[in-house]
Design a protein around this ligand. Structure first.
Ligand code: PBG
Ligand code: ZN
Length: 330
C-alpha cells in the first residue's frame, strides 16, 4: 500500500520501462499484405485512394518494394492479385492460371527474396460478380442470389494448387466456404505438396472495415453482400466452432479478422486453441488511423499502440499494412 508501494518507480525512465515491459512487438510478428496488379506496366505503382501511402504494384515494382522491406527486417508477406478487368468471369478463371499475376509474383518473390511467402486464396478478385464463390439465382436468399458452397470448393483447391506449383510456402483461404480447408489439404497432399501450410481465415466477420481493401483490390460484390458466408459480428461461440472445424480439416494457423473491433475474439481463440494465431488488422483499421493522423486528430504513436493491443489480446502474428511504416521503429 502507498507510501510503501509506488507504481511510478517502475515508470521512472525509459530504461526501467524497457526492462519491465510485458508485451513486445517484434519485426517477426508482422506480415505485410501486398497487391500486385496485372495491367500495370513495368516499374509502375498506383496509389490506392482509400488507403493513404499504400499502392498497387506492377510485378517488378512490387518485388523491389518487398526487397526493401526485407532489408528492413520483414520476414513474411501475403500476396494478393488484381487481374485485368476483362479477364474476369463467372468462374474466376484467371485465379488458377500458371502465368497469372499472383503465380508470377510468388515465383519471383521466392527466387529473389528469402521472405516467407503466403498467398490469399479467394475468388472475389477474379469473378465478374465479385463474390468469393460461384453464384446462382435463388429466390429464398437475400437479393435472390446464392453463393454456392460445394460447387466453389474445387475452384478454390485448384487456385491453391496453382500457388503451390509457383512455390508458395503457405496458402491462406479467405473465402469462408464450409469445408475449404479440408479440400485444399487433400489436393495439396495428392500433388506432393504435403509441407505447404494452410493459414485459414477461420474467424472472418462480415465487416465494414474491409471497404478500403475492396477498392484497392477491385473486388466489390456487384450485388448483395457477404453476410451469407462471412460471420455475423455479433457472434462469439460461432468463432469457437469455426476454429474447431478448421483444425479438424488440417489448418496450421488460425486467424481472426478484423482485429481491433474483435480483440475479445482474439483472446478467446488464444485461450482455447494451441495453433499459432494470426490477427488481420484490415484495411479499414489502417485507413481510419492514417486519416486521423493526416487530419492531426491523432499522432503516429496510435499505430504502435493499436498493434500492441492486438498482440496483448493474444495474437502471435499480425497482418497489417502498417508493417512497412513501423519496421524502422522496432
Ligand atoms: C478476400 C479478402 C478480403 C480481405 C482479405 N481477403 C476482403 C473481403 O472479404 O471482402 C480484406 C483485407 C483488408 O480489408 O485489409 N476475400
Ligand atoms: Zn473473397
Amino acid at each position: 500500500m502507498f507510501p510503501i508501494t509506488r507504481m511510478r518507480r517502475l515508470r521512472k525512465n525509459s530504461k526501467i520501462r524497457d526492462i519491465v515491459r510485458e508485451v513486445k512487438l517484434n519485426k517477426e510478428d508482422l506480415i505485410y499484405p501486398i497487391y500486385f496488379k496485372e495491367d500495370l506496366k513495368n516499374g509502375e505503382k498506383e496509389e490506392i485512394m482509400t488507403m493513404p501511402r499504400e499502392y498497387r504494384y506492377s510485378l517488378d515494382a512490387g518485388i523491389e518494394f518487398a526487397k526493401d522491406l526485407e532489408n528492413k527486417g520483414l520476414k513474411s508477406i501475403i500476396v494478393f492479385g488484381i487481374p485485368n478487368e476483362d479477364k474476369k468471369d463467372e468462374i474466376a478463371s484467371p485465379s488458377r492460371l500458371k502465368d497469372g499475376i499472383v503465380q508470377k509474383a510468388i515465383a519471383k518473390l521466392k527466387s529473389e527474396t528469402d521472405l516467407v511467402v503466403i498467398s490469399d486464396v479467394c475468388l472475389c478478385q477474379y469473378t465478374s460478380h465479385g463474390h468469393c464463390g460461384l453464384i446462382n439465382e435463388n429466390k429464398e436468399c437475400d437479393d435472390n442470389l446464392e453463393v454456392l458452397n460445394d460447387e466453389s470448393l474445387d475452384y478454390l483447391a485448384q487456385m491453391a494448387l496453382s500457388h503451390a506449383e509457383a512455390g508458395v510456402d503457405i496458402v491462406a483461404p479467405s473465402d469462408m466456404m464450409d469445408g475449404r480447408v479440408g479440400v485444399i489439404r487433400e489436393v495439396l497432399d495428392e500433388n506432393n505438396f504435403k509441407n505447404i501450410g494452410i493459414m485459414s481465415y477461420s474467424v472472418k466477420y462480415a465487416s465494414s472495415f474491409y471497404e478500403p481493401f475492396r477498392d484497392a483490390a477491385c473486388s466489390c460484390p456487384c450485388e448483395g453482400d457477404r453476410k451469407s458466408y462471412q460471420m455475423d459480428p455479433a457472434n462469439i461461440k460461432e468463432a469457437i466452432r469455426e476454429c474447431e472445424l478448421d483444425i479438424g480439416e488440417g489448418a496450421d494457423f488460425l486467424m481472426v479478422k478484423p482485429a481491433l473491433a474483435f480483440l475479445d475474439i482474439i483472446k478467446l481463440v488464444d485461450e482455447n486453441f494451441n495453433l499459432p494465431l494470426v490477427a488481420y488488422s484490415v484495411s479499414g483499421e489502417y485507413s481510419m488511423i492514417m486519416a486521423s493522423i493526416a487530419s492531426g486528430y491523432l499522432t503516429e504513436d496510435a499505430i504502435l499502440e493499436s498493434l500492441l493491443s492486438i498482440k496483448r489480446a493474444g495474437a502471435n502474428l499480425i497482418i497489417t499494412n502498417f508493417a512497412a511504416n513501423i519496421l524502422d521503429k522496432l
